[in-house]
Design a protein around this ligand. Structure first.
Ligand code: NI
Length: 225
């Protein structure tokens, strides 16, 4: 399941982030690619641990922590510090699957269940640069407004088409979900949405209470912490 989270950052936050990022030093993106990815990756990245990346990453993490949609759909356990990339002058990232395991700055390993891309450039400011995700249900081309984010299963083959005009700046990162299985996670999300809809205005309805309990008991059955 792919899901978009609108307005993770406001227009003002995006403008501030871009000001900081545009003034930062960028390096060859191949430093964080896996063996296969390095052959098809051609972009620039902020060096891991850079001050600019830390500041804007903290802003993004805080925004996601406050997003009910993100929390319900991703059920995050560990979220990696956001990283940042930049494509211009025909740069591209060919078809690949992201590494299954990543290491947090404290040395802890996390499994990458979900991949996230937060767009920091308005779509009209560049040509190309679409994130193309090969999903179970077909191929999805993703190019979202600045400040919006796409979340997709890290098990998906994906690529970024060449940026032929302008410059595409984005944040990208991975997370380990409490629910490893994509189908179980999607069921829980659908159930949560249905319970919220049913319970609107009647939170003490016995059926709403019962279904809320079932949601939590399923989460208890399936969650890995
Ligand atoms: Ni990737």
């Amino acid at each position: 399941m792919l899901f978009a989270i609108p307005d993770v950052l406001s227009a003002e936050q995006v403008a501030q982030a871009r000001k900081t990022l545009d003034a930062a030093e960028w390096i060859d993106g191949r430093v964080t690619a896996g063996h296969q990815g390095a052959h098809v990756k051609n972009n620039l990245q902020l060096p891991p641990g850079s001050a600019a990346g830390r500041d804007i990453g903290a802003l993004i993490n805080a925004a996601l922590g406050a997003s009910k949609l993100f929390m319900s759909a991703a059920l995050p356990l560990h979220v990696m510090p956001p990283m940042f990339n930049r494509y211009e002058g025909g740069q591209t990232f060919g078809t690949h699957i992201d590494n299954a395991v990543r290491v947090l700055p404290n040395g802890q390993r996390i499994r990458t269940d979900l991949s996230c891309t937060l767009f920091l450039t308005a779509p009209e400011d560049y040509d190309g640069g679409e994130l193309v995700v090969e999903d179970t249900y077909g191929t999805k081309n993703v190019k979202l407004p600045a400040g919006h984010m796409i979340v997709y299963p890290a098990t998906s083959l994906h690529h970024v088409t060449p940026v032929t005009r302008g410059c595409r700046v984005s944040s990208f990162f991975w997370l380990q979900s409490m629910i490893r299985d994509n189908t179980q996670r999607a069921l829980l999300y659908d159930m949560d949405v249905a319970i919220q809809r049913l319970g609107a205005g009647k939170p003490t309805d016995p059926s709403v209470i019962s279904l809320t309990g079932i949601y939590h008991n399923l989460l208890r059955q399936w969650a890995e912490l």
